[in-house]
Design a protein around this ligand. Structure first.
Ligand code: FRU
Length: 617
């Protein structure tokens, strides 16, 4: 495997490729090697010849999808949907021609727009902007692309899924559209990292087929060759999504770089909507265990299997429990010790959409016991199963864990967006980032319940630069004390804060820039809550669901509050009181936030503040 690139180097290395994509938006006639034949108002044939690596397809996001059938030597190779440009080209997406070198490639395209005449249809911007190129421009042209969070090189991304760790490498797959920055053509994109900060991007790992798109799922290393795909084969189980949702298997003999679909697919079918299979080897029962989201029934189905192919339904968990709005998706189940006790508990993650505490999607979880067949959730003093949230922001969804992580770690990552507006956020070359990878641990709260704490994975400590602010014992009252944020890398940083409110009624922590954009975080010691207000954070009007104030219980043991705040161009992630609460919110400031101000109401407060610029290799 080649040496891992940092994302930054990767982008800059590819800048030289920019010419091809830019030429394609300048309105030139389609290049040599592309022949366009119009067959009517909605049907067009595009013939491609020559040895170029990519066919660049011009996209206009506001347009409807065109159905593109790709024929190779007369045989249907694949069908994809692309928002082909009508009046203007927003960006191009590459169709990889390398597998078809020397063969005839024909696109049979049906556009959605009804044109009254062929002449009108011929005028569509896409026809003169299809282009052939040997490179595709993935240089970062967007100010909101995070520096130290995982993003796809281009195109739409939702759920992280299928993650596993093997031989020192963290494999991250994700729901990916390689042909546009809106949800479509779902495939498993693939990135790897050895340090959970720098990601190398790989070719698509699992592509749609006759059973449908490739929705979310999980992977596991089959150390005992129970499935018969070979010892240590990586086996992926995912949802094939067409008219129905069914479960399929794919296996990899090269550590997850390429997958072969199992010839017996689908392996598991039901009569109702079920998706996002999450399987793991349970050493206690010596069986594979599978959680499958029975999405519309608001329950998780639990199956077992000796070989990942034949599954036996053992139980269903969740009817009537926890947050029941929306659909149940993307489950996970694992066992962890409860800090400071000799006890172990099972944690069942259940992502829901909508129905999150602040609207739209969110990750809820249950703590309980699992006997290999049935999960039983803990109840509170009144005998009810309490609703628990993994993150109290609006932008943490589809959180699931890596299988086979080292040293007993339970490392999770979430999609840093919300289905309410994910497709509308003001980026275009790519859409969506993932959260920081996080370590899950369990603690017993003051109410006797077991809760999950999440903290940034320890690898993230390595990106802390030398503190640009290191202020201890700062006193402040109603007049704010203001400190600068780093200028480098558009102000991306980590802020570490310890706040002692003393007698103050509330403490506010404000990130602001010189054009008036601001994010106001507030600690209310009496209510024991922490909130974040992004209503004036920058661009907020792309969706009426975006402006919001999110609130978390601080799970404190005293009035002092500790915070780690990670700012990365368009995201703010807060980990409070040792990860006992987390809050993740997107922001789109016109300019990077340049200051942090501390103020207190109703008395003076004290804080220690350190600001660390982020250093990425
Ligand atoms: C969750 C989800 C999953 C599904 C995937 C499709 O965000 O709806 O349930 O597998 O996205 O992209």
């Amino acid at each position: 495997m080649k040496k891992y690139d940092t994302m930054k180097n990767y982008y800059s290395r590819l800048i030289i490729a920019a010419g091809a994509a830019i030429a394609s938006v300048s309105g030139l006639a389609a290049s040599d090697g592309i022949k366009v034949e119009h067959l009517g108002t909605t049907n067009t044939i595009v013939r491609v010849s020559g040895d170029s690596k990519y066919l660049l397809m011009p996209v206009q996001e506001a347009n409807e999808d065109a159905d593109v059938k790709v024929l190779v030597d007369g045989k249907l190779d694949r069908s994809i949907k692309v928002r082909l440009a009508k009046s203007k080209v927003d960006y191009t997406v590459p169709f990889d021609l390398t597998p078809y070198k020397g063969r005839d490639v024909v696109l049979n395209i049906v556009t959605a727009q009804n044109r009254s005449t062929v002449r009108e249809a011929k005028d569509d911007a896409c026809w003169r902007n299809f282009a052939l190129a040997d490179t595709f421009d993935t240089a970062n042209r967007e100010k909101y692309r995070p520096l130290y969070h995982h993003t796809p090189l281009y195109g739409w991304m939702n759920d992280p899924n299928g993650m596993f760790y093997k031989d020192g490498v963290w494999h991250l797959y994700y729901q990916w559209n390689p042909y546009g920055s809106k949800w479509q053509n779902l495939s498993w994109g693939h990135s790897t990292s050895t340090d959970l900060v720098n990601w190398e991007h790989h070719p698509v790992a699992v592509e749609p087929d006759g059973l449908g798109m490739i929705f979310s799922g999980s992977s596991a290393v089959d150390t005992e060759n129970s499935a018969g795909f070979g010892k240590d084969a990586v086996v992926a189980m995912y949802t094939s999504a067409d008219v129905s949702q069914i479960q399929s298997l794919a296996h990899s003999g090269d550590n997850g770089m390429t997958f072969e679909k199992y010839s017996g697919n689908p392996t598991l079918t039901l009569e109702s909507e079920a998706r996002d299979p999450n399987m793991f080897w349970n050493p206690q029962t010596r069986q594979w265990t599978l959680l499958l989201a029975h999405a519309l029934d608001h329950e998780m189905l639990i199956f077992t299997s000796p070989d990942m192919k034949e599954w036996t339904l053992q139980s269903a968990f969740g009817k009537g429990l926890g947050a029941q709005d929306g659909v149940w998706e993307c489950p996970d189940l694992f066992e962890l010790p409860v800090d400071g006790t000799g006890e172990k508990k099972w944690m069942l993650i259940c992502n829901i959409n909508p129905g999150g505490p602040f609207g739209g999607s969110a990750a809820q979880y249950f703590i309980g016991d699992f006997d290999g067949k049935t999960f039983k959730a803990d109840t509170d003093a009144e005998g009810k199963v309490p609703t628990k949230w993994l993150d109290f922001g609006k932008d943490n969804y589809a959180t699931v864990s890596w299988s086979d992580a080292p040293d007993g770690r339970r490392t999770v990552i979430g999609w840093m967006s919300n289905w309410q507006y994910a497709a509308e956020v003001p980026t275009s070359q790519y859409r969506s980032a993932n959260t920081l990878p996080r370590e899950v641990s369990l603690f017993r709260g003051a109410d006797g319940q077991v809760y999950a704490a999440t903290n940034p994975s320890p690898e993230i400590d390595a990106i802390r630069g030398k503190a640009s602010v290191n202020a201890k014992g700062v006193s402040f009252g109603s007049k704010a004390k203001t400190f600068s944020l780093p200028k480098a890398n558009d102000g991306v940083c980590e802020i570490a804060l310890t706040v002692n409110p003393r007698k103050a009624g509330s403490v506010t922590i404000t990130l602001a820039n010189e054009v008036g954009d601001k994010v106001v975080m507030a600690y209310d010691p009496a209510a024991a809550t922490f909130s974040m207000d992004r209503r004036k954070s920058g661009a907020v009007d792309f969706s009426q669901e975006f402006p919001a104030v999110t609130v978390a219980p601080v799970f404190g043991t005293d009035r002092e509050l500790t915070l780690r705040v990670f700012v990365d161009r368009s995201s703010i992630e807060v980990f409070g009181n040792g990860g006992r609460f987390a809050m993740t919110n997107l922001v789109f400031p016109a300019k990077p936030y340049s200051t942090i101000s501390l103020a207190a109401d109703g008395g003076s407060a004290k804080a220690s503040l350190a600001v660390y610029p982020v250093l990425v290799k």
